[in-house]
Design a protein around this ligand. Structure first.
Ligand SMILES: Nc1nc2c(ncn2[C@@H]2O[C@H](COP(=O)(O)OP(=O)(O)O)[C@@H](O)[C@H]2O)c(=O)[nH]1
Ligand SMILES: [Mg+2]
Length: 400
């Protein structure tokens, strides 16, 4: 009996020890994971961005009377019609607008089958572009930017599948690479990149940086008035009905987009803090002479939550810029470059996968008067990952 009792005590003690070991081990493992999560290069960069209190900066100028605010970009309300004249819709160029339609294609050093899959979407996008815009305005060239892997033999082969009337030009990009100061040769998990960022690093990040900064330095773009960016998977689904470049130039419009949506938080860490800090610096000027970024963003009723807690719970907005029309001289101007370079210097496009879409939204809303210098091309039926139905129509009036 006594032996039995002893045995029971021993077994119970053994179980208790085993349980204690398992619990301790779990604690150590969780602690280590937590330590790794907080102490890696990406996490340190994010913390540095988020380490910001708006109260340390001068207050913003008084916001607009909300009645004067533009319609909230996420609103489902119908938009006012776009009024065009017969000059705007003329297929014969009235005044030559030095513009181009641009694509970047993902034909890279990977199995041909994967490239081909994307190229088939691109073929469809080009036919949709022809059908709904370029057949009416064929004088605008279409620039296809690509990496060296898209060799002449592939270019020739695919060209035969595309609309013969398109004025296509191929332009190779050779500087599609990590920024100079970004650490090289370290695995994405040791860098601490989030899973979304790891998935297509660094190709996707290079693409973002290309559209955020490098495109404006490209020889073929530098001398343009406007470019219209579309993605290889951007499908125009209804006639655009107007020479968008002519329309925008005539009215002094600097940026055109099709839709606004929201981005996810884990690839925008610290972005709102960055922009709030940027606009509170009184030296930062918008594109309107004598108007600071702070004043312009208030005029546009730009929302940036005040506290770190509120910012962390907010979904940043983005121009869905797989369709965007950009006024090149505006983006090459000093105030805009200052902002572009400030973002670029953070390397957050790589550390957190900040996207050019939300970056475009916050920069445009601090630099341009969205009610007079920005247009929503709400008349176009458009498909990119999801369907965007028209929210307005084009109304033609006779030319003055
Ligand atoms: N050359 C090149 N182009 C890329 C790369 N990643 C994306 N792109 C292009 O950049 C544009 C945006 O990429 P996409 O995959 O459509 O991203 P999404 O619209 O965010 O889903 C598309 O036109 C792609 O073809 C890349 O690694 N290399
Ligand atoms: Mg796309």
């Amino acid at each position: 009996m006594r032996h039995c009792l002893k045995l029971c005590v021993l077994v119970l003690a053994g179980i208790a020890m085993l349980l204690a070991t398992i619990i301790t081990w779990e604690h150590i493992a969780t602690g280590y994971t937590r330590y790794r999560h907080l102490n890696n290069p990406a996490a340190r960069h994010i913390r540095a961005m988020e380490d910001y209190q708006s109260t340390d900066y001068p207050p913003l100028p008084q916001p607009n009377d909300t009645a004067a605010c533009p319609t909230h970009p996420l609103s489902n309300l119908p938009r006012p019609n776009i009024i065009v004249t017969s000059n705007d819709t003329s297929t014969v160029p009235i005044a030559t607008v030095n513009s181009a339609i641009v694509f970047l294609v993902e034909f890279t050093d990977r199995p041909l089958k994967e490239n081909h899959h994307e190229m088939m979407k691109f073929s469809k996008a080009l036919w949709k572009l022809w059908e709904n815009f370029s057949q009416y305005y064929p004088h605008y060239p279409v620039y296809v930017f690509h990496e060296p892997a898209f060799k002449t033999k592939y270019r020739l082969r695919y060209r035969t599948m595309w609309p013969p009337g398109l004025k296509l030009q191929f332009h190779e990009i050779n500087n599609f690479d990590l920024p100079p100061k970004f650490p090289k040769g370290i695995s994405t998990s040791d860098l601490g990149l989030n899973p979304t960022n790891q998935r297509a690093f660094p190709g996707y990040n290079n693409m973002i940086r290309f559209f955020w900064k490098q495109i404006f330095e490209h020889d073929m773009i530098k001398q343009l008035d406007y470019f219209w960016r579309l993605d290889h998977d951007s499908m125009l689904q209804s006639p655009v009905g107007v020479d968008v470049f002519h329309y925008m130039k005539e009215r002094g419009i600097k940026y055109g987009y099709r839709a606004v949506t929201t981005d996810v938080r884990h690839v925008t860490n610290g972005m709102l803090a960055f922009f709030d800090k940027y606009r509170r610096n009184q030296e930062h000027q918008s594109m309107t002479n004598g108007t600071t970024c702070a004043q312009m963003s208030q005029r546009n009723c730009l929302e940036i939550p005040d506290t770190p807690q509120d910012r962390s719970e907010y979904f940043p907005l983005m121009y869905y810029n797989n369709f965007e029309i950009v006024h090149v001289p505006t983006w090459r101007s000093k105030p805009m470059r200052q902002l572009t370079d400030a973002v670029d210097k953070t390397d957050m496009i790589y550390w957190n996968r900040w996207g050019d879409a939300p970056l475009r939204y916050y920069s445009v809303n601090m630099m341009l008067d969205t009610q007079t210098q920005v247009i929503e091309w709400c008349n176009v039926r458009y498909y990119h990952h999801k369907q965007f139905e028209p929210m307005c129509t084009l109304k033609t009036v006779s030319s003055p």
